[in-house]
Write a protein that binds this ligand. Structure first.
Ligand SMILES: C[S@@+](CC[C@H](N)C(=O)[O-])C[C@H]1O[C@@H](n2cnc3c(N)ncnc32)[C@H](O)[C@@H]1O
Length: 215
């Protein structure tokens, strides 16, 4: 049994997902073979629906890895823009190669650096912010993310249930205690924040969807 959903449910849902983009399929295989963590298939599907149905045109992402989710987001938008931050130079290079092959050079900008610092240099406002970098840092990024998110925009946070550990002390591994504590704090803050309406969805590793209120 999975820690967030039961395997049979997860497998059933995954089997219903049709990926039409053969390059995205290739990246899914690459990430499996090279142990690169990317968004789960059901999360990909969920976020694609959110992006399409909300008419999202600009996304700020923390955690590029090989560029998989940035490419998926561009597929869901019609000529949209993604600014994505990655701390690891090798990952950034791999992402740039993939973005080029996907034909999204003009749509995706990859910024190399620690999101905790470089996010403060980003100007403008985005329709959507996707947090998928270091799990213990979401709480530190929140204030800046709220400044960079348009009113009516959506903050999406991945892995918020962190293999079930966030919801159940018995699952917490000793070396993960700090991440779990910070994630619990983060969830408390975004679920009670006066500017946000948040829903926590138990798919993948847990996804939080926070709508930034307009007034
Ligand atoms: C789960 S992976 C991102 C997966 C990607 N969003 C996808 O689904 O295709 C997390 C990435 O965040 C990067 N990362 C970790 N800490 C970071 C930080 N402080 N600033 C920027 N990136 C960071 C890691 O190097 C890793 O590539």
């Amino acid at each position: 049994m999975g820690t967030i959903t039961q395997d049979y449910i997860e497998n059933y849902i995954r089997n219903l997902i049709i990926e039409e983009d053969s390059f995205v399929q290739k990246l899914e295989l690459y990430s499996l073979e090279h142990n690169v963590p990317i968004i789960h298939p059901e999360v990909k599907q969920f976020l694609s629906v959110i992006i399409k149905s909300s008419g999202i045109k600009s996304i700020l992402e923390v955690g590029t890895a090989i560029g998989y989710s940035s490419i998926v987001f561009c597929n869901a938008m019609n000529n949209g823009k993604v600014v994505t931050i990655e701390i690891n130079e090798d990952m950034k290079c791999e992402a740039l190669k993939n973005i080029d092959l996907a034909g999204y050079n003009n749509n995706i900008e990859v910024i190399l650096g620690d999101a905790n610092h470089v996010i403060k240099e980003i100007r403008g406002q985005f329709d959507c912010i996707f947090l998928d970098g270091a799990k213990g840092h979401y709480i530190h990024l929140l204030d800046t993310c709220l400044e960079l998110l348009k009113p009516g925009g959506i903050l999406i946070s991945d892995n918020v249930l962190f293999r079930g550990m966030v919801a159940n002390n018995e699952l917490v591994k000793r070396r993960k205690i700090t991440i779990v504590k910070r994630m619990r704090k983060y969830l408390e803050v975004i679920t009670s924040h006066r500017q946000l309406k948040t829903s926590i969805i138990p798919i993948g590793d847990g996804v939080a969807l926070s709508y930034k209120l307009k007034d």
